[in-house]
Design a protein around this ligand. Structure first.
Ligand SMILES: Cc1cc2nc3c(=O)[nH]c(=O)nc-3n(C[C@H](O)[C@H](O)[C@H](O)COP(=O)(O)O)c2cc1C
Length: 258
């Protein structure tokens, strides 16, 4: 027992304060893909990957609920699906910015408050996430990599060019190249450390999940198809975004198109 407590204390000391960075680096590294497994192709899936489990206390008394939705927001949530049906639809910058504003922008820009809350929940309103739209098929907007400037609700041009083949190497899923735009979500987890210490690891991913759902709902509402991407070669994506010497790391991506 004493030995166990000793190791717990040692571990806590090692991975607290200034060493949090090291813990993040280790965590990110050991959960990174360097080659992509065949998870994305259903034909390689064993039977157990296709089963959905439902927990049940079948011997207990139960209270049954209605299976019907009653309003538009409920219908939007229940009809949301991941769709990879993309056909090189050329998206306008106005649509990209509208999706970004509603999914992730400042919720009430003119309310005069110093604390500018956004459209998704964030631990302590610290907003650790950054968004890099990669435009693959644009109408009046060049193909390339952009950064979403939240305060100005604008797109900042980072690199112009066709990144479809590069993205297919980073995440070999054929349908991606027919999409309109891929939103890469990174975390600057250092924004969370001072307040939350090692709890920050949990919080960054929860925050990204909330943001991802907003992307799904808003793009669906505007008639776009949408699919999340969690499988990508981390180091390759870091290089593409020129984040090699940065404390930011990609954790999620959302693809939209028609
Ligand atoms: C964290 C996360 C990562 C995902 N990564 C991928 C991916 O790399 N490729 C893909 O085709 N779908 C991906 N998806 C979409 C799921 O396959 C999809 O949400 C799931 O099949 C449920 O279907 P639905 O979204 O239509 O309800 C991901 C979803 C989540 C939440």
């Amino acid at each position: 027992m004493k030995i166990k407590i000793y190791y717990i204390n040692l571990f806590s000391r090692l991975f607290s304060g200034k060493n949090l960075r090291t813990f993040w680096d280790i965590f990110y590294k050991i959960t990174s893909y360097s080659i992509l497994q065949r998870q994305n192709d259903r034909k390689y899936w064993p039977e157990e990957w296709k089963k959905i489990y439902y927990k049940s206390y079948s011997k207990n008394k139960e209270i049954a609920g209605s299976l019907f939705t009653t309003n538009e927001i409920e219908s939007l949530i229940t009809s949301r699906r991941s769709s990879r049906k993309f056909n090189n639809y050329k998206i306008s910058s106005a649509d990209i910015l509208r999706i970004l504003l509603v999914s992730s922008g400042i919720a009430s820009p003119n309310n005069g408050s110093k604390m500018q809350k956004r459209t998704y929940p964030s631990p302590g309103s610290l907003y650790s996430l950054n968004i890099y739209p990669i435009v693959l098929n644009g109408d009046g907007i060049s193909r390339g990599i952009y950064h979403y400037n939240v305060l100005r609700n604008s797109l900042e041009v980072l690199k112009e060019g066709d990144f479809r083949e590069k993205l297919l190497v980073i995440s070999p899923q054929e349908w991606i190249k027919y999409a309109s735009v891929v939103f890469i979500i990174t975390t600057s987890i250092d924004r969370l450390y001072p307040k939350y210490n090692r709890r920050s690891y949990r919080f960054a991913f929860i925050e990204a999940g909330h943001l991802g759902q907003n992307f799904y709902l808003e793009s669906f509402l505007l008639g776009f198809n949408c699919c999340a991407i969690g499988s990508f070669l981390d180091e390759e994506l870091i290089k593409l975004l020129d984040l090699t010497n940065s404390k930011e790391a990609p954790i999620y991506a959302i693809t939209i198109g028609k």
